[in-house]
Design a protein around this ligand. Sequence first.
Ligand SMILES: Cc1cc2nc3c(=O)[nH]c(=O)nc-3n(C[C@H](O)[C@H](O)[C@H](O)COP(=O)(O)OP(=O)(O)OC[C@H]3O[C@@H](n4cnc5c(N)ncnc54)[C@H](O)[C@@H]3O)c2cc1C
Length: 428
Amino acid sequence: MSSKKLIEEQFDVVVIGAGPAGMMAAFAAAKKGARVALVDKKEEPGKKLLMAGNGRCNITQDENNIVELSNLYKNGRFLLSAFGAFRPGNVQEFFANHGVPTKVEKNGKVYPVSDKAQDVLDALMSVLKENNITFLYKAHVVDFSLDSENKISKIKLKKRELFPAKVIIATGGKSYPATGSMGDGYEWAAKMGHKIIEPLPALVPIKILEDWVGELQGVSAGSVGITVFQGGKKKFTDAGDLMFAHYGLSGPLALNMSRGIGKLISQSDENIKLVLDLKPYLTAEQLDEIILTDFERNADKKLSNCLFDVFSPKLLDFILRYSGLDLEKHAAKISRKERHILVNLCKNLEMNFDSLFGFEKAMVTSGGVATKEIDSRTMQSKIVPNLYFAGEIIDVDGPTGGYNLQMCWSTGHLAGESAAKNLIDIKA
Ligand SMILES: Cc1cc2nc3c(=O)[nH]c(=O)nc-3n(C[C@H](O)[C@H](O)[C@H](O)COP(=O)(O)OP(=O)(O)OC[C@H]3O[C@@H](n4cnc5c(N)ncnc54)[C@H](O)[C@@H]3O)c2cc1C
């Protein structure tokens, strides 16, 4: 290797992983004056970011919708400093300042006004270029060398070597491995002495045993409730937006509930039942009253032509068919008992749990580098002094709604600033 090339490759900070956490870390370090290289094994950055929010990118959660951000995460206390330094409001401001204004939608989800994840990635890329970051793509990191002080002295890539003063590992988790996140960082961290909490798929769709669920494929049901029972005992309840799929349940409610169900499966193999409440904000009596009023208003109509104000057409079609009632019967003739069949179906629709999807469909990974071995004020490793972590590789994860990207922006920003700050302290 020529000496010119060697000097070029002596970066102050090398960030491994050009996902949201790595890109934000590279920006924050360069902004503080560090010479930064951003390394990724893929041919382009932000593959997973482009998939976020179905291509619309739910970049964060509205601060006004949150009581205490950190309470919503696994190991949330670890994130207090990172959130304190770079909150959701800072994220919105950051993107607005770089040409991507944002808007707040239902449940406090923040999206770019353009509804395009590509705009979020483009903004990040132009910020990184403005800050003279060196991009190294198709650069697959394979290993590290440590010196006698247990510091990283060399990063070994498939085709080259780098000699940074500081290293930030932001290689993500194991979900959607085709995006490049295959858990490489866990192996390196473990080799360097870090404890890895077993990585498990999280925020995954739920497979249901009953075939009828497949009839509802593509139907979405807003603001519904689900109660989970295991071995006949009530375990937990949640409410939100649900999407039916040919295999079972998806959408924010199912994804968020998969975290709790995953825990139940790991503790016991007793069977799990899900009870769906299509009208959780109404008591059975209130729903009966609404149905009765609808029947009175449409007394001359057949049952198949009623209840359009109560349920969406596809859901209604299913409920009526599944109820077994005579659809030709006129509303005026429907008995109290028959109404109760409908009410019970809406309030207590039972489904038997089959299984959860794996990493191939997991939005995030739960588990990773143990937080107790990372300094939460800086994201610096407590084992390897010139190593920092950012993003999903750390054992923190949150619900859907922009929380996971927020964690990436905050930990990335803190890791980048800390890595550059310590550098400047050393130089001074
Ligand atoms: C379908 C989908 C939709 C999502 N939607 C949202 C959403 O709307 N809002 C939200 O908050 N969260 C969402 N998430 C979660 C969010 O996208 C992730 O939490 C986030 O991308 C993690 O960022 P990261 O930077 O830690 O890692 P990643 O985005 O996984 O990036 C890691 C990078 O490291 C690189 N890398 C890995 N190994 C190596 C190696 N050996 N050498 C070099 N480079 C390497 C990879 O190529 C990759 O580019 C979604 C996830 C999925 C899968």
